[in-house]
Every structure is written in structure tokens, then in C-alpha cells.
Design a protein around this ligand. Structure first.
Ligand code: NDP
Length: 494
């Protein structure tokens, strides 16, 4: 444990000093070619810290604040806006745009509101105001916690030696929490496709868009943009949406999205993007039409085909940090990389669940372990998850397929209960959209192994269900608990 008052001056370990000196010496000849003005510049300043956190996203901020609360001297390095993907280019602006889209759709359905593209302008102003409020609030809370923020690009000269512009920081421990970034579309013309990052900078929406991908981001953006009046084509590589979700739910969602006017193209293999007369043409092949190239033309294209670890330029490979096959940082159960003083959490890890609360839990656990009390890590078996499309999806626990696999392939050991209904909200909106609840059960004990819900209330319900599942929820508990009427959640009971 390291308390700020008690922390002795940290001596840079000799090998790092020697390595640095060796680098400086070996760099001497190159200096001859550097223009005089640069050579005469100030030598880098060296500072010391207990904990340097690189990346001020949800995980990094949580780790930095927690470590500071234990008295550690913490420096948090960020090259962009405080708050990272979740606050600036992900969860928060996405969810707010989704609220705007839902309200616009409800209002246009029953209260003679115009709806559509005009609403985007209003929505993005509100989103930007909230993102700015969060940036300021994060910065203030970090300052109050005693965390120093350095703005700039970090590079590791050694596991505990971080170079940020003109500064060098020697850290006892370093945490990489740099997150992930959208993967580029690997086809000719792929650079014509934007990513989810771009959407939040739009002042207006295009008339039409082709969205490539079938995961969380593609589905959420397709649904949001469609509700702002954009004509959407969704090109999915598999023959179902949301590969990690229960198939009954993804099938029902596909029907619901199609009913809202989104054109879904399954089994597509996108081969080429080209610009033609102010539009982008997406060429793709489909198993159902072998040998024939098909096209979709749209004013804009978005690729949401997964994200890759944001580790480029950090110098990790140069200092010998082992990376996973897809480029993320390999860590042990304590989030320690192959370099013992270097840790990684969140989306930049080689294997992880890419969700904000997961990164936060990991960041706090690492900070506690290094500077406070060693505690239990959160349970990652029952991580609730949601897709904020319309209707929304919420899920926790095993899908039917996963449950059967866990039962050694014995399908008779697993039972499911499925309910379909039209919610009061949709009745009010004059919309016959069907909601769906599916429970995956142990056939003998009635224990709930997984819950998969499709309704706009699903994410809120699933958050609480996650606790119940962890505590061993059975159908008998649901039957013996009185439901709250009228709610969507009551459909789980009785
Ligand atoms: P996902 O991993 O969820 O989905 C990627 C999709 O793209 C898959 O359907 C994949 O198909 C497809 N794909 C991959 N390569 C290609 C290709 N070359 N051409 C066409 N399709 C391709 O990634 P996302 O980008 O949607 O999201 C990234 C992460 O962000 C997720 O892991 C998620 O956890 C997180 N996130 C969470 C949100 C939430 O909690 N609501 C919201 C947004 C993001 P295939 O299966 O065939 O590889």
C-alpha cells in the first residue's frame, strides 16, 4: 500500500536508467542532423509518480481516482477529451440520441409532431451540451481527488518510464487503459466508410446510409438513424443480427427493425466501396446469389465491424510487452502484462468483455490491489448487457445455445419460457410492436440461467434481474412474488 504522505522518493531502477542512457548515447550521431533550434530545446523534465494511468476513459478515470483515494501520487495521461469513448463517442451520446429518436417517433405517431431529420439538429445540440458537462465534471472530480492530468500522447520508453511530449514520468506502476477504436473496413474503397466516431460530429444526417456490420454498434446506429428519417440499408455478414445474443431475440429484433423500414441484407460479403455522383456504392456478394455482385447506393456508409485495441504508438512491442493475436495486451488474472509493473484493463486487453462497467470494475480492482486493500473482483459471469435500439434488447446470463452446450449438449436439460405481448406504451403510440421475454431455465430445478428481453424497458429490468440471477433466481420465486401493475416487467411473473 502506498500513502501519499508515506511514499519515499522513488529511485528509478538502475536498469531503466542504464537503458535510457544507452539510448541517449546511441542516439548521439542522429542529433548531428537535427536543426540547431531543436537541439537547443529544453531537455525533457523528469517527474515521479506512484501510478501513471494512460487513457482517461471510464476505466482509466476510475482507476486513477481510486488510487488517489488511497494516497497514491497519480498522473493520468490523455491525448483527447476526458471521459474516453463512453462519454464522448459512445454510450452517453448514443443513448441521448436514442432518447431523441424514440420521443420523436412517439410524438410523430400520436401527437402530430413532424419528427425526422429536423430533430437531429436539436438532439445533437443537447448531446454536445451533456458531453461538455460530463467532460468538465470528470476533470473537476479528478482534480478534487488529487489526480494530475497531463494532456498529450504517451509513449513508453520502459514499462515505468512514460514520455509525454517534453516530459518524462517515472512511475512505480503503469496502467494502460487506452480502450479500443473502430476497425477499418478491409476492402478496396474501405476508407469511404465512416465509423461510429463520425456520427456524433454530424450537424445533419444524410438522406440515406448503408451500415455494414451486425453487432451492437451497427444495430444501434441503424435504428437511431432510421428514426431520424434516414433511409437505412443494414448489411450483415452472418444470417442473424447480434451474434452473441439469443437467436430467438435476434430473429424477433430483425422483424421489428424491418417493420420500421430498415432494409436488412443478410449473408453479405462486402467486396468494394466506390464513389459515384455524390453517393457511395457498396458492392457485395450473397450466398443466395452466387457469382453475382449486388450493390447498394447511399449518401453515406458506416462500417461497424468491431473494434481493435488502441495501442498503436505506445511503444509496447518495443519494450517487450506480449500482445494477443488480435493486437490487444495480454494480461494475467491480476491484469498484469508480461512486464510486471505494467497493467492493462478494459478494451485494450487481448480478451475482455467490451463494456464500460467491466473496465471500471477492473480499474478500481487494480488500484485497490496496488495501493489499498486487496478485495474481491466483480462477478463477470452475470454481466447484464443491452442494445439501445428500438425496441431495445436486454440480456443477462446464458443464451439457449450456451445453456445446452453447458449441459453437455443435452437439450432436454434446458427449458425455455417465451412471452410475446404488446406493451401499454406501444398501444398508446398506436404501434403494434410486439415485445418478447425469453427465460432460459434448468429444466429440473427451474433455475433461471439466462434472461433475454426485447422491449424499451428491457435494459432497466435486466439490470435488476442480474442481481436475482446471481442469487440463484428460480421460476418459483417469480411465481411467488407479486408483480407491479401496470408495467412491462410484470410479464415475467405469474
Ligand atoms: P461487434 O463485435 O459487436 O460486432 C461486429 C460485427 O461486425 C459482427 O457481426 C461481425 O460479424 C461483423 N464483421 C466483422 N468483420 C466484418 C467485415 N469485414 N465485413 C462485414 N461485417 C464484419 O462489434 P461492434 O463494432 O458493433 O461493437 C464493438 C464493441 O463495443 C462490442 O464488443 C460491444 O461490447 C461494445 N459496445 C457495447 C454497446 C452497448 O453495451 N450497448 C454499444 C456499442 C458497443 P462476424 O460475427 O461474422 O465476425
Amino acid at each position: 500500500m502506498t500513502k501519499r504522505q508515506a511514499t519515499p522518493e522513488i529511485a528509478t531502477p538502475t536498469p531503466a536508467k542504464e537503458r535510457r542512457r544507452a539510448r541517449e548515447i546511441s542516439a548521439e550521431p542522429a542529433v548531428e542532423n537535427v536543426p540547431r533550434r531543436k537541439r537547443a530545446g529544453k531537455p525533457p523534465k523528469a517527474r515521479e509518480a506512484d501510478f501513471v494511468v494512460i487513457g482517461a476513459g471510464s476505466g482509466g478515470v476510475a482507476a486513477a481516482r481510486r488510487a488517489a483515494s488511497h494516497g497514491a501520487r497519480v498522473i493520468l495521461v490523455e491525448r483527447g477529451a476526458i471521459g474516453g469513448t463512453c462519454v464522448n463517442r459512445g454510450c452517453v451520446p448514443k443513448k441521448m440520441l436514442s432518447y431523441g429518436a424514440t420521443w420523436a417517433a412517439i410524438l410523430s405517431g400520436c401527437l402530430s409532431h413532424t419528427g425526422g431529420k429536423e430533430d437531429w439538429r436539436d438532439a445533437i445540440v443537447r448531446v454536445n451540451a451533456e458531453v461538455a458537462r460530463l467532460n468538465a465534471s470528470y476533470t473537476q472530480r479528478l482534480a478534487e481527488a488529487g489526480v494530475e492530468i497531463l494532456h498529450g500522447e504517451a509513449r513508453l520508453a520502459a514499462p515505468t518510464e512514460i514520455v509525454i511530449g517534453n516530459e518524462i514520468v517515472h512511475a512505480r506502476k503503469t496502467l494502460i487503459a487506452t480502450g479500443a477504436r473502430p476497425r477499418a473496413l478491409p476492402v478496396p474503397g474501405g476508407e469511404l466508410a465512416g465509423t461510429s466516431d463520425d456520427v456524433f460530429t454530424w450537424q445533419t444526417v444524410p438522406a440515406s446510409i448503408a451500415v455494414i456490420g451486425g453487432g451492437y454498434i451497427a444495430v444501434e446506429l441503424a435504428s437511431i438513424l432510421s428514426r431520424y428519417g434516414v433511409k437505412v440499408d443494414l448489411l450483415v455478414r452472418e444470417d442473424w443480427l447480434l451474434p452473441r445474443f439469443d437467436h430467438d431475440i435476434s430473429r424477433s429484433l430483425a422483424e421489428a427493425l424491418a417493420a420500421t423500414g430498415i432494409r436488412l441484407h443478410f449473408n453479405t460479403d462486402v467486396t468494394l466501396l466506390s464513389q459515384t455522383n455524390g453517393a457511395v456504392e457498396v458492392c457485395y456478394r450473397q450466398d443466395s446469389h452466387p457469382g453475382r455482385t449486388q450493390t447498394v447506393r447511399a449518401q453515406a456508409v458506416l462500417a461497424a465491424i468491431g473494434r481493435e485495441a488502441n495501442v498503436h504508438g505506445l511503444g509496447l512491442e518495443e519494450i517487450g510487452v506480449k500482445m494477443g493475436p488480435k493486437g490487444g495486451i495480454r494480461v494475467d488474472r491480476q491484469f498484469r502484462s508480461s512486464e510486471r509493473s505494467l497493467y492493462a484493463i478494459g478494451d485494450c486487453m487481448a480478451e475482455n468483455i467490451h463494456l464500460t462497467p467491466v473496465a471500471i470494475a477492473q480499474g478500481r480492482w487494480v488500484a485497490d490491489r496496488l495501493f489499498g486493500k486487496r478485495g474481491d473482483i466483480a462477478d463477470f459471469d452475470f454481466v447484464p448487457t443491452a442494445v439501445f435500439c428500438e425496441p431495445a434488447i436486454g440480456a443477462v446470463g446464458l443464451t439457449e445455445a450456451q445453456a445446452i452446450e453447458a449441459a453437455g449438449g443435452k437439450a432436454d436439460r434446458i427449458r425455455t419460457e417465451i412471452k410475446r405481448f404488446v406493451s401499454l406504451e406501444n398501444r398508446f403510440g398506436g404501434n403494434a410492436q410486439t415485445s418478447m421475454f425469453k427465460l432460459v431455465l434448468n429444466a429440473r430445478s427451474g433455475r433461471v440461467l439466462g434472461a433475454h428481453l426485447m422491449d424499451n424497458a428491457a435494459p432497466e429490468i435486466v439490470q435488476t434481474l442480474a442481481v436475482a440471477l446471481r442469487l440463484g433466481l428460480k421460476t418459483s420465486h417469480l411465481k411467488s412474488t407479486l408483480p407491479l401493475h401496470p408495467t412491462v416487467a410484470e410479464e415475467l411473473f405469474g
